[in-house]
Design a protein around this ligand. Sequence first.
Ligand code: PEP
Ligand code: MG
Length: 322
Amino acid sequence: QKAEWQKLKNASTETANGVHFELAANIGTPKDLDGVLANGAEAVGLYRTEFLYMDSPELPTEDDQFEAYKAVLEGMKGKPVVVRTMDIGGDKHLPYLPLPEEMNPFLGYRAIRISLDRQDIFRTQLRALIRASAFGQLRIMFPMIATLQEFRSAKAVFEEEKAKLVAAGTKVGEIQLGMMIEIPAAAVLADQFAKEVDFFSIGTNDLIQYTMAADRGNEHVSYLYQPYNPSILRLIKHVIDSAHKEGKWAGMCGEAAGDPIMVPILVGLGLDEFSMSATSILKVRSLMKRLSTEDMAKLTDAALNVSLTNEDNIKLVKDNVK
Ligand code: PEP
Ligand code: MG
């Protein structure tokens, strides 16, 4: 089977009826690029930049960051690279950035909430990214956006830094600006967000935990962590449809994007980009070759409207996808 998959390394990702989907990889550091290229990814769909901060004894400088972002963009040779701005907080801490003790860190001071508060840190990261944009096809996204105001504020900071760099004569590439959909409030309001973003990337790891109110790492409530629950699937559908209505693209960078039960449903929903760990790419490419978008659209309709449970949907996919 592995040898079969290897043959797909340089193939484009197409379904049985010839529809193309983009398969991208999640990375944590520029070193991960070897695996990305070895597995034939068409893009980097999530670069988790917090590791740049976690692996450093102090705040990484603008130049340190610039070098890392440039290395990834150059390494991908013009293929798209989606970089997520710092997602610290929750379970991720920095020794040199003391965060408040919180009752509910996953509902607390983290990600874009820190970036908008500590604009010194945020602006440094954005400047490094904007400078690196000259070396490839850069897409920037903000994590944990809950409100339109947050997206607008983050975008305004980005535009300010970009204007300063352009005024100083820095070469800047074309940059798409998007957001993660990982908070239910943003998923519900995706039709409004879609008018203002260039793209969405659905973060199911968090979206599922927040929608089901079930900690993604707590085994006592793991039975509630239900990726195929129709409530989750309806949110995902709304996000994808909202993006398409405004002519934008929607991807997914949570674990679900590389999950063989979820992939057929996402193909049925018309998700544009699937970002996963590099080691899943060839397996998913091989699975997609066996699917038809028309059949999957019918299957998905049943998954959203007929099935009542997570388990119904697991069975539905297993019975219909061989
Ligand atoms: C997610 O929440 O789905 C996601 C991709 O982000 P992380 O796993 O880094 O929280
Ligand atoms: Mg997340």
